[in-house]
Ligand binder design. Structure first.
Ligand code: FM0
Length: 326
């Protein structure tokens, strides 16, 4: 009744932005990501008849009621699936730089899903595991696999065809991601809240959906041909469009700070000088830069010169979920 799993974070090249079903976490559009080697979560789950409730320990500290409540809501789905009626102790360690704004629900829920289904005695395929992880946090379904991963949005109202599929494995194309920290500030509109507000109020949302679909097709083509320029142009354009939708919401909001813009401008300037890389930004002010191995060092050095850059974490493409013996 006990299992331990590790899952890595991922960075979306084509973003998931907007839900069609909040309870099952079904997306409006398909998305595409690369799993990163550098940041991961390890989680142990033990179901125990003796427990009077679920317990959640994060980074060796007991979590508050709100966070524990989220874990209970997720475990309830696993308990239903496994026809199990006892509580669990969940212990998670996040190997993600704390307060760097890279803390991701993706690695957290992917590791929790993997450990909890195994501890509950279920033996699921990776596809089924991806569907379970999706119901904790949408982007978590992509972290089940390593390499390049697509989350197919599906059509069914019950979510049975909404899951991640691997499209290119970890070792097939050596891309690098520089995670650029410009601020440790964590106060921002949570992605869950931001995407809901966007779907409900942004007049630009329909434009986002139309573009995301064709950009996904282009990105997949670029990956199939290992065409870095095409993939880069596509992922950067997609990130810009996602952020554009937030400017049209009521009330409007944006994730960028002036520091974010400075990094974006530097990437453009370096590109004009022949140092090719492309940026993407999630629901926060920090920037991820996608580049090739041969220019990684030079780019990192140039970006480190910027006053606004506090830290640069260099990442490679990483693996999918794995179990750890206990
Ligand atoms: O990762 O409400 O998975 O595709 O990171 O938990 O389903 O935290 F940039 C935004 C991730 C959204 C794009 O949202 O939301 C991406 C984003 P949940 P998530």
């Amino acid at each position: 009744m006990k299992a331990k799993a590790r899952a890595h974070t991922n960075i979306a090249l084509i973003k998931y932005w907007g839900k069609r079903d909040e309870e099952l976490i079904l997306p409006m559009n398909s998305s595409l990501s690369i799993t990163l080697d550098r940041f991961f979560t390890e989680t142990t789950v033990s179901f125990d008849q003796q427990l009077d409730r679920d317990y959640f320990w994060l980074n060796n500290q007991e979590a508050d009621q709100l966070e524990t409540g989220k874990i209970t809501a997720f475990l309830n789905k696993v308990r239903t699936l496994a026809k199990l009626n006892c509580f669990a102790k969940v212990e998670s360690i996040n190997h993600v730089p704390t307060a760097a704004g890279f803390a991701s629900s993706a690695s957290g829920y992917a590791a929790l899903a993997a450990a909890s289904v195994k501890a509950a005695g279920l033996s699921l395929s990776l596809r089924e595991l991806s569907q379970v992880a999706r119901q904790g946090s949408g982007s978590a379904c992509r972290s089940i696999y390593g390499g390049f991963v697509e989350w197919q949005k599906g059509e069914n109202p019950d979510g049975t065809d909404s899951y991640a599929v691997p499209i290119l494995d970890q070792d097939s194309w050596d891309l690098r991601v520089l995670s650029i920290e410009v601020t440790k500030e964590t106060k921002q509109v949570l992605s869950r809240v931001g995407m809901k507000q966007t779907v409900e109020t942004s007049p630009f949302y329909q434009g986002w959906l139309a573009a995301a679909e064709s950009e996904l097709r282009t990105a997949k083509q670029a990956i199939a041909n290992c065409d870095f320029s095409l993939l880069g142009q596509t992922l950067e354009a997609n990130a810009l469009k996602m952020h554009a939708t937030t400017l049209g919401t009521d009330p409007p909001f944006r994730y960028w700070k002036s520091e974010t813009m400075q990094v974006m401008e530097e990437i453009e300037a370096l590109r004009a000088q022949g140092l090719e890389s492309y940026f993407t930004i999630d629901a926060g002010p920090n920037v991820k830069v996608v580049c090739q191995p041969e220019t990684e060092q030079e780019l990192s050095k140039a970006l480190a010169q910027l006053k606004v850059v506090q830290n640069i974490y260099s990442c490679r493409i990483g693996p999918g979920v794995s179990y750890i013996a206990i």
